[in-house]
Design a protein around this ligand. Structure first.
Ligand code: NDP
Ligand code: 8X3
Length: 251
């Protein structure tokens, strides 16, 4: 019996690569995002794999609930939920940030993840089976200039994932928080509000992680024996590491 994976934000980057990875293994795939034509292209690319597309914005609570409630029967028993849809907007210091952009990150990365999780969790608990994978980030652990609200949303994802595990003790449901570092996708294009040159400069001269690498890690995480749970996994390219504390010197 093929398993079913529900991937939010599969029109680009990690989500698209995950859809390709799970399809290769014969899974049933539910893919979501706001760009309908990209969802249709992905469905065609993955054919004849069983793919169900749902076009909606994860910031809309009702749409999230409807997306899960109205799944066709053959896709309705979700084995793996990947809460992947998310974004960063800007790298300006907090004092120069746009409050609407902060709200957008909170609404997408936190509230959207909560809406989908709540909608899917009910069925997982009834079936006493399932795996929720959340896309955190190294930005949820390590502060950096300009990380402000984005890092804050990913710190929420980290703690919420751990707290879910605490609540689900005694069930067979698994929860994992995958925390990537520098990965090349549309992430930086979105972060720099469509400025492709600025986005490219983030990855220039270095070897970032690619979406297919994250897809491989998440596929592995969700196909380990059922008694094993990866609580969290921090993943950075070999070309990325840490810096000393910054110190202001007035003289
Ligand atoms: P991409 O920008 O390539 O993809 C983001 C996906 O999220 C798109 O499919 C987009 O679809 C979807 N999305 C964004 N906002 C919404 C929304 N409001 N409603 C529905 N879908 C939405 O980024 P990545 O693949 O790199 O990022 C995926 C996740 O991984 C994010 O949560 C990100 O924070 C996290 N991450 C990324 C890292 C990186 O360096 N790339 C590192 C660490 C974590 P559409 O626009 O069609 O709605
Ligand atoms: C994305 C990684 O370091 O650009 O979550 O914030 S970082």
């Amino acid at each position: 019996m093929p398993k079913t994976v529900f991937i939010t934000g599969a029109t680009a980057g990690f989500g698209k690569a995950m859809a390709e990875r799970y399809a290769k293994e014969g899974w049933k795939i539910i893919v979501t995002g706001r760009r309908e034509e990209r969802l249709e292209e992905l469905k065609m690319e993955l054919a004849p794999a069983p793919v169900h597309t749902i076009c909606f914005d994860v910031r809309d609570k009702q749409s999230c609930q409807d997306a899960v409630a109205n799944l066709p029967e053959e896709f309705s028993a979700i084995d793996v939920l990947v809460n992947n849809a998310g974004l960063a907007l800007g790298v300006e210091p907090a004092q120069a940030c746009d409050l609407d952009e902060w709200e957008c990150m909170v609404d997408t990365n936190i509230k959207g993840l909560l809406y989908i999780t709540k909608a899917v969790l009910t069925g997982m608990v009834e079936r006493n089976a399932g795996h929720i994978v959340n896309l955190g980030s190294v930005a949820g652990t390590y502060p950096y200039p300009g990380g402000n609200a984005y890092g804050g949303t990913k710190a929420f994802v980290k703690q919420f994932s751990l707290n879910l595990l605490a609540d689900l003790l005694g069930t067979k449901i698994r929860v994992s928080n995958i925390e990537p570092g520098l990965c090349e996708s549309e992430f930086s294009v979105v972060r720099f509000r469509g400025d492709k040159d600025k986005a490219d400069s983030v990855y220039a001269g270095t070897e970032p992680i690619l979406p297919a690498d994250i897809a491989e890690i998440i596929y592995w995480t969700t196909t380990l024996p059922a008694h094993i749970n990866i609580n969290s996994m921090e993943v950075m390219p070999v070309d990325q590491a840490f810096s000393p504390f910054a110190i202001n010197r007035s003289e």
